[in-house]
Design a binder for this molecule. Sequence first.
Ligand code: CP
Length: 313
Amino acid sequence: MIGRDLLGIEDLPRDDIERILDTAERMREIGGRVVKKVPTLRGRTMVNLFFEASTRTRSSFEIAGKRLSADVVNFSPASSSLKKSESILDTARTLDAMDPDLVVVRHSVAGVPKRIADVLTAPVVNAGDGAHEHPTQALLDLLTVRQEKGRIEGLTVTIVGDILNSRVARSNIYGFRKMGAEVRIAAPPPMVPPHVEALGVKVFTSLRDALSGADVVMALRIQTERLSGACIPSVREYSATFGIDRAKLHYAKDDAIVMHPGPVNRGVELSHELTDDRPSVILDQVRNGVAIRMAVLYLFAGRRSQPSRGGAA
Ligand code: CP
């Protein structure tokens, strides 16, 4: 039995990860049809509660809901009563009183989806909270690697870049470790979180060593919106040392794939060429994002059989 909320990969058992990936494999076929819609969640309502900017996650949750025939509400903070000083928790409680079957939350502060989940009757899915976790991104990354390599167990995955400020790195470290991969991280020392080795990763400051024998190379965006102070001397120096291009990719296995969660700072963490061409699988990641979010909606939103409450607020 899968849990009520999806707040992170840290507490998600391996069996649940496999169940979500297997469900997503079946959902992916719907995206290849002429009529991309099934009645699975007809009559169910999901709310997209995004307090922070997003292109991929928000759009793919919306498309996923519509492909499953759910009614999708996109909450817009800019035109809401947040502008009249209503709190985030009161906003969430208000929407919950309208009996949605699932609420998707993104916020720039770590822990907000959990705070909301604690006061809601509807299940909550974390769509990214600060530098904490981005569970559906890790799930779509796992799905993409499983598709490309036929397995995850035993692979070597090297994550390069701003690990300190990256929720994607954290969720992927948990996910790939749980699924039996070796995870390496490569970054300038100020971008390495303290005690990260405790998560079971190997830390490298030499990109060449980190890429040697890697099956998967995952470049991360420098999170300028979360940088506190000058972590790196200059973007140009960062790019020269840790930016991935074809020459540096030669350190990895011949059949290594290149991933990036997006959006890409082209020419900084990834060359233009590797952003657009194989072995980059960036657009496969985006496509799999819809399938993973369909699977998550199906598994987490399809449960409620009664409205949450009938009494006065
Ligand atoms: N990968 C990711 O979360 O992208 P968005 O910010 O565009 O949703």
